[in-house]
Design a protein around this ligand. Structure first.
Ligand code: SF4
Length: 299
């Protein structure tokens, strides 16, 4: 599927984040709008609605490039009111999707952040991150930097269904190892976890073990959040590839964008238990209650 790239100009590079769901996130930076990786679960599809684009079809087929991002970022960081709070890169697009190879906006933004001694974090699932290991390590030393590599499954076939244009999980793990070896603080993010698709004990165990084996910890996990703009795209995927789950998802996400609270709590406990079991020398997390035998959305 071909993608059209449209250059736009922006007044500011940084966006103020005021969400109770992300209390530690104050500023975000996204060099692009839309994302070529086209993950079926992508929560950021809604951002295309702001540009009067179809969040389903256009999100990966029409990608907007913030041509003057670096100049705008410099201006943002030179404001007297700037307090050098952490900037979170890639909250609504992958900053290393393929077009970054041509525009290098993410790389240049990292340079600006380093020069202005501004700490940052970055989320990606693309191996191109390795290209910028030098500036990431430098930023980490002078102001603070962390990279979270998103991996939700080790199953290559399943990953191809869910993230059709992203590098394979093994390619991402290799990048995790290489970044770690050159001094970039890197971890694995298991986000989102899809109920009934990627949440089984053995799936999570293998994934967390793989993260440890490649020199990383698990930074965070998040249960699938089904925003309105993601709904039709995701249900189309389920109908085609996982039809046995359609009814359960309709029930679980009938009145809310989040999976039921009880499910999320059990999942969090499961992950903490696996992390503790696989990394016995790390400080043990607090156990909230006995582990349930099986996670279920009523599937
Ligand atoms: S890589 Fe991230 S932003 Fe891009 S489609 Fe996937 S979930 Fe969305």
């Amino acid at each position: 599927m071909s993608t059209r790239y449209i250059e736009i100009t922006v007044k500011t590079a940084l966006n103020r984040v005021q969400s109770a769901a992300y209390p530690g996130m104050k500023w975000s930076l996204n060099p692009y709008r839309g994302c070529k990786h086209d993950c079926v679960y992508c929560y950021a599809r809604y951002t295309h609605e702001f540009l009067e684009q179809d969040p389903t079809a256009d999100f990966s087929r029409t990608v907007f490039v913030k041509r003057n991002l670096v100049q705008a970022l410099r201006a943002d960081l030179r404001r007297p009111s700037w307090k050098r709070e952490k900037v979170c890169i890639g909250t609504a697009t992958d900053p290393y999707q393929p077009i970054e190879g041509r525009y290098r906006l993410t790389r240049d933004a990292l340079h600006v952040l380093r020069d202005q001694l501004t700490p940052a974090s970055l989320v990606t699932k693309n191996t191109m991150a390795l290209r910028d290991a030098d500036i990431m390590a430098s930023l980490a030393r002078v102001a603070g930097f962390t990279l979270a590599m998103t991996i939700i499954t080790l199953d290559e076939a399943l990953a191809r269904q869910l993230e059709p244009d992203a590098p394979t999980p093994m390619q991402r793990l290799r990048v995790v190892r290489e970044l770690t070896q050159v001094g970039v603080p890197v971890s694995v993010a298991i986000a989102p976890i899809l109920p009934g698709v990627t949440d089984r004990e053995e799936q999570l165990r293998d994934l967390i073990q793989a993260a440890y084996d490649h020199g990383a910890d698990v930074a965070f996990h998040q249960t699938f959040r089904m925003y309105a703009a993601t709904r039709s795209h995701f249900f189309r995927y389920l109908a085609e590839r996982q039809p046995h789950l359609v009814a359960a998802y309709r029930r679980a996400y009938a009145s809310a964008q989040d999976a039921p609270a009880e499910y999320r709590l059990r999942l969090a406990r499961r992950i903490e238990r696996i992390r503790r079991e696989l990394a016995p020398r790390r400080p043990p997390p607090v156990m909230l209650s006995p582990e349930p035998v099986q996670l279920s959305l009523g599937l």
